[in-house]
Structures are given as structure tokens and as C-alpha cells.
Design a binder for this molecule. Structure first.
Ligand code: CMC
Length: 434
């Protein structure tokens, strides 16, 4: 527990019933938190917070978000600066180890990651067991979970060295697995990693090269891919990261924990949103239909939501979305498809939503997934791969958060309580009498 105790106390009074003093904790940034760990022991009451909108589940020194101001920082460095001045390998090192690497550390880290990119050859049999039309996220969940059956020498969670090897393996092998999931779906041979290439280049190579021809990658596109990875690298205690921590809190091995994170990321309210954005844009079809869909999104009786808009934490412009918007323009310019109808449609949707009273009042801004989907489509990825790329990039965040939890001497199994609403005790009715 690293948050420091502050003097202020909070009284919780339930009229005529409970009154107790609770300590407050203060981190290095952000609001103070009320420490409710002794609440039940002191009062016999739980707190109730489904969706954890008012609950800090842990203390963490990795990522800080101020959603009202639109600020995201990793280890104190602003995401905009990391995206423009740094690269994904440096950001991985920073998230995992707490500091930016010097030149020697960076070279060694990149080398170590590069030399863990190959998969155990037998895993190819596992891929072949999937149907060709399997969603690549289904393959990711299965194959990443299965890594624990192949790398026994890095599943002892109590050994810091093994934990770090597992972390490197996960970061290194994720692009290989993602590219193989794609290759399998299109019926092309798997392409092995190439140690001459950077992390982002290697991923594009394994995805788009074929034995007959190498994929030609421009520096702008390589940089855009790297930036997409940086922008998705970590986002404090989001749903998938909390899933990884919860799975890890029971002592499960890191491969199983990351597979759990991938499963959680798949949903359209989380990582699945970038895929949902493209599906939505295809459904809207034309700039002429934008207003109709804005109206649908505002209609309380219509379940339709504008995908790529809104965020649980950001009630201001998502800082990642700004960088992604700029990257989107750069890529489309480079590829000579700036006038692509889908982009025009997306821009019109953004323009109208940003002016519309409903979206303004509810502070629903475009999020990172709004633009990433457009870039990935322009780069030739099928929509089903979009969330896979998110998983690939988020892996470093998941393993950094998992390591942080494992190193915390006060770490406990995560076990929330509930507000029971089922029947009170009643006598069992034998089958013949039901
Ligand atoms: N379109 C229309 N209305 C919306 C939208 C939207 N995209 N998002 C929220 N609202 C409305 C919602 O109906 C509610 O209205 P009311 O107060 O009248 O009931 C209000 O805004 C608050 O929404 P909420 O669902 O209570 O907010 P939340 O914090 O639980 O949800 C969210 C956050 C991201 C799940 C939600 O905004 C959403 O479903 N957005 C679309 C999906 C999406 O783009 N997700 C990607 C998130 S960013 C990447 C990531 O973290 O994985």
C-alpha cells in the first residue's frame, strides 16, 4: 500500500443507525480516497458500487488519467509526448520498469523482445484446430491461454525472474499470434518473424508478406502502426486490466490471466468498439444518413449508440483520440485516399456530434477507437482484426499491471461482496410435489 494516509476523516451517517470515522488516503495526483477496508468490521455494512464508478480497486504507479481535463500520463509522461517523441519499445520498457530506458537498456530490451517472437512450432497444430471463419479474438483467447502449456519455465509466479520472462514472452509473441490468426483466416501460409525488423514492422511483415513477395512498408505507415500501439499500451484500471488483476489475484499463471484480459477486451463496450465503429459507418452508408443515426443515438427507446463516442472516464476529448486523428490524416495522405467516402462520413459524424446539444451536454466526445478503426481499414486490416491489434498493444499494460500487483506485499485475492436480492430461506420441496 503506497498511498499516504492524510489527516481528514469522513463520517458516514445513516440516519439513526451508523456513524463511523474512516481514514482518507492520498496518492501523488488525483482525488483523495476514502479507505473503506474496515467499514464492514466497524459497521456491519458493505458499500454498493456496481460498475465501480466510485471505487479504487488498487493503488498503482503506472498510469494516471484525469478524465475531466483529458489528461493521460504513463509514469508521469504525457501520452502526447510519448506518441510524438518516443517509440513502442521505449513505452513498453517505461510501463514495465518505471523509467525510460537509456540507449544501452533500450537496445538490450528490443533485442530480448525480438528474440522471443517465435512460437513453439507445435502451436501451429492448435491454430489448425480452429474453423477458418473463427473470429481472430476467439483464436487469441485460446492460443494465449494455451501458452501456459508450452512455457512451463515461466509460470512460477513467485519467481520474479520467471515473471519477467513470461512478460517478455507475452509482449514478443502477441504480434506473431495475431498475424497467424489473420493468416489462418485468409488461408495463407504463416510467416515467421524477421529479426531485422522493428516490432511494428515485424507485425506488418508477418501479417501481409507472403512467401512469394515481401510486404513493402513505408516509414509513415510503420510509424503510424507504432503510434497505434503506444496509444493503446495502458489505460489504468479499465475492464480488461481489472480482469487481468482479478484473475492474477488468485495466483493464476500470467498466460491464463492475459487470456482472461483478451476475453474481456473483446466486448463492444471496450476494445470491440473499433470494430463496431466500422460496422456502424458501413451501416450509415452515406453522409446523407448521418442525422438519422444521430437521432437514433439520442432516442431513449432505441438501443443504438454512436460507437467510438463516449468514455467512462474521459468527460473531455480523449487525448489519444487527438493523436489518432492526426495519425489518421497522415496515413490517408500517404496512401492517397484522403477523399475516401468512409473518412468523409466519419468526419461528418464527428462534426455533427460535437455540435449536438445531447452529445455536448453528456460530454460524449470521440474516443480512441473512432479513428483507429479508420486507420486500420486504410492499412488493409479486416474489421475482425481491429480488436486483436488493441489486445496486442494492451498486452504490455496488462503485464505491467499484473507484475505490479504480484510485487505488492499486501496483495489479496479480489473478492467483491454483493447486495443479495434472492429468496430468503425456504423449505426444500421434493420433486414429486413441484
Ligand atoms: N451514444 C449515445 N449515447 C451515449 C453514448 C453513445 N456512444 N455513450 C453514452 N451515452 C449516453 C447514455 O445513454 C447515457 O445517457 P443517460 O444518462 O440519459 O442514461 C449517458 O450517455 C451516460 O452513458 P453510460 O452508459 O452511463 O456511461 P458509461 O460510462 O457507463 O459508458 C461507454 C461508457 C464507453 C461504455 C459508452 O459511452 C459507450 O457505450 N460508448 C460506445 C462504445 C465505445 O465507443 N466504447 C469504447 C470506449 S473507449 C476504448 C476502451 O476503453 O475500450
Amino acid at each position: 500500500m503506497s498511498g499516504s494516509k492524510v489527516n481528514g476523516t469522513v463520517q458516514i451517517n445513516e440516519e439513526g443507525h451508523v456513524s463511523t470515522d474512516l481514514p482518507m488516503l492520498e496518492g501523488s495526483l488525483g482525488p483523495k480516497v476514502i479507505d473503506i477496508r474496515k467499514l464492514y468490521a466497524q459497521t456491519g455494512h458493505f458499500t454498493y458500487d456496481p460498475g465501480f464508478t466510485s471505487t479504487a480497486s488498487c493503488d498503482s504507479a503506472i498510469t494516471y488519467i484525469d478524465g475531466d481535463e483529458g489528461i493521460l500520463m504513463h509514469r508521469g509522461y504525457k501520452i502526447e509526448e510519448l506518441a510524438s517523441e518516443s517509440d513502442f519499445m521505449e513505452v513498453c520498457f517505461l510501463l514495465l520498469k518505471g523509467e525510460l530506458p537509456n540507449a544501452e537498456e533500450k537496445a538490450k530490451f528490443s533485442h530480448d523482445i525480438t528474440y522471443h517472437t517465435m512460437l513453439h512450432e507445435q502451436l501451429i497444430q492448435l491454430f489448425r484446430g480452429f474453423r477458418r471463419d473463427a473470429h481472430p479474438m476467439a483464436i487469441m483467447v485460446g492460443v494465449v491461454g494455451a501458452l501456459s502449456a508450452f512455457y512451463h519455465d515461466s509460470t512460477d509466479i513467485n519467481d520474479p525472474h520467471q515473471r519477467m520472462i513470461a512478460s517478455y514472452r507475452l509482449i514478443a509473441k502477441m504480434p506473431t499470434i495475431a498475424a497467424m490468426a489473420y493468416k489462418y483466416s485468409v488461408g495463407q501460409p504463416f510467416i515467421y518473424p524477421n529479426n531485422e525488423l522493428s516490432y511494428a514492422e515485424n507485425f506488418m511483415h508477418m501479417t501481409f508478406s507472403v512467401p512469394a513477395e515481401d510486404y513493402k512498408l513505408s516509414p509513415t505507415v510503420a510509424r503510424a502502426m507504432d503510434r497505434i500501439f503506444i496509444l493503446h499500451a495502458d489505460h489504468e484500471q479499465n475492464a480488461s486490466t481489472s480482469t487481468v488483476r482479478l484473475a492474477g489475484s488468485s495466483g493464476a499463471n500470467p498466460f491464463a490471466c492475459i487470456a482472461a484480459g483478451i476475453a474481456c477486451l473483446w466486448g463492444p463496450a471496450h476494445g470491440g468498439a473499433n470494430e463496431a465503429v466500422l460496422t456502424m459507418l458501413e451501416e450509415i452508408g452515406s453522409v446523407d444518413n448521418v442525422q438519422e443515426y444521430i437521432n437514433k443515438a439520442k432516442d431513449k427507446n432505441d438501443p443504438f449508440r454512436l460507437m467510438g463516442f463516449g468514455h467512462r472516464v474521459y468527460k473531455n476529448y480523449d487525448p489519444r483520440a487527438k493523436v489518432m486523428q492526426q495519425t489518421c490524416y497522415e496515413v490517408l495522405d500517404e496512401l492517397g485516399i484522403k477523399d475516401e467516402p468512409m473518412l468523409k462520413l466519419a468526419m461528418e459524424l464527428e462534426r455533427i456530434a460535437l455540435e449536438d446539444e445531447y452529445f455536448v451536454e453528456k460530454k460524449l466526445f470521440p474516443n480512441v477507437d473512432f479513428y483507429s478503426g479508420i486507420i486500420l481499414k486504410a492499412l488493409g486490416f479486416p474489421t475482425s482484426m481491429f480488436t486483436v491489434l488493441f489486445a496486442l498493444a494492451r498486452t504490455v499494460g496488462w503485464v505491467a499491471q499484473w507484475n505490479e500487483m504480484m510485487e505488492d506485499p499486501g496483495q489479496k485475492i479480489g473478492r467483491p461482496r454483493q447486495l443479495y436480492t434472492g429468496p430468503a430461506e425456504r423449505p426444500f420441496v421434493p420433486l414429486v410435489k413441484r
